[in-house]
Design a protein around this ligand. Structure first.
Ligand SMILES: *Cc1c(COP(=O)(O)O)cnc(C)c1O
Length: 392
């Protein structure tokens, strides 16, 4: 088959039809498979190929369709679907690390990713060093003693700093490390992470891939050797596999991800531009704005600013709370990538457990708001943000 555009792949990639020729992907809601004979059972256990299923923790037809579709979109050789984004992050790291290994990671991380790197891996004898992800000189210094793996979020949460995948990958590869990128904020729509040097890409499918706030899921993408030789044995024996029903939700999510994410991005840019001019805003972080310090890098790496906007309201926590409480369309929550727009106050929710010093170090002030922009009408969203700012 000749190579197809990403929207075509998002709709058709990986589809396997049963003898009934169903138009929409079937949900194979089965944990097991019956064999025609004892000989066939023996043969399947000997050679478990991609279309030879024996148990849903090892693989399932609906899950396999999702893995093939997302691998096509990401430009990866293969993928392993997981029960959540964290099962994917943990699986990518733990499956390839052992006692005595060294990991260099960006310090601005999703809370549970930080927990794995800061609290779990060191218990098993893995040394982890944290760096400022946007500072290539800091990566170079930290990679001098060598490393087994580097881990970072390509766009950080919640301050939307971009980590230069190409730059870090070059340094990491020279140091002998594999590059594992948590690419959630960049989305599969804008990602070129593998072409830019990432060895392994991880998504929480809970976010833009589902895109409608229904299910937890995740995926690890990489070379066939890494996915089938390293990740799959770890995941299938430790139990973090994706359920067939979740895979079906994620397959249907992928069909519309391009349309949703591009619409969300257009509204995010409009909101970023509108709040930039508002007197009560002291800082806006949106990589799609020319005023963003990493605008050129964002354009080179993603070609867009993405679906998230962060801004600081003058007046700290009280002003931020007044803003959230005055919103009429945008919901107060902590999810992201959803069709519904969501406002988060990171200092008191997602990043509450950090010390005030850690929050200050990461740029998470008491006035900071993180918006996950949905697919509502752009004008309605801009008007909602502006009226909530004026109300405070
Ligand atoms: C949400 C998220 C995760 C974890 O995904 P879950 O599906 O909630 O387990 C990991 N990394 C980033 C950047 C996320 O936003």
């Amino acid at each position: 088959m000749t190579s197809k555009g990403s929207r075509t792949n998002a709709v058709h990639g990986g589809t396997k039809r049963s003898q009934w020729g169903e138009l929409s992907e079937a949900i194979f809601l089965t944990q097991g498979f019956a064999y025609d004979s004892a000989e066939q059972a023996e043969a399947r256990f000997l050679k478990s190929g991609p279309d030879e299923f024996i148990y849903a923790r090892y693989g399932n037809p609906t899950v396999a369709m999702f893995e093939e579709r997302i691998a096509l979109l990401e430009g990866a050789e293969d993928a392993f679907a997981t029960a959540s984004g964290m099962a994917a992050v943990n699986g990518a790291l733990t499956s390839c690390l052992k006692a005595g290994d060294r990991v260099v990671a960006a310090k601005a991380l999703f809370g549970s990713c930080l927990y794995i790197l800061e609290s779990i891996l060191p218990r098993y004898g893995v040394e982890v060093e944290f760096v400022d992800g946007a500072d290539l000189a800091a990566w170079e210094e930290a990679l001098k003693p060598g490393a087994t793996a580097v881990f970072f979020e390509s766009m950080s949460n919640p301050t939307l700093e971009i980590v230069d995948i190409e730059g870090v990958a070059k340094l990491a590869h020279e140091a002998g490390a594999i590059v594992i990128v948590d690419n959630v904020f960049s989305t599969p729509v804008y990602s070129n992470a593998i072409a830019q040097g990432a060895d392994v890409v991880v998504y929480s499918a809970t976010k833009h891939i589902d895109g409608q706030g229904r299910a937890l899921g995740g995926v690890v993408l990489g070379s066939r050797e890494f996915i089938r030789g390293t990740v799959e044995p770890y995941m299938k024996h430790t139990g973090g596999s994706m359920s067939p029903f979740t895979a079906w939700i994620m397959l249907k999510g992928l069909e519309t991800i391009d349309l949703r994410v591009r619409a969300q991005t257009a509204s995010a840019k409009a909101i970023a531009e509108a709040v930039s001019k508002h007197a009560r805003i002291t800082k806006v972080s949106y990589p799609g704005l020319e005023s963003h310090t990493q605008h050129a890098l964002a354009q080179r790496q993603l070609g867009a600013g993405g679906t998230m906007v962060a801004f600081e309201i003058d007046g700290g926590k009280e002003a931020a709370f007044r803003f959230c409480n005055a919103l009429q369309i945008i919901l107060i929550s902590n999810n992201l990538g959803d069709a519904k727009s969501i406002a988060t106050h990171p200092a008191t929710t997602t990043h509450q457990r950090l010390s005030p010093e850690q929050r200050a170090d990461l740029g998470i002030s008491d006035g900071l708001i993180r918006l996950s922009v949905g697919i509502e009408d752009t004008d309605d969203l801009v008007a909602d943000v502006l009226q909530a700012l004026d109300a405070g």
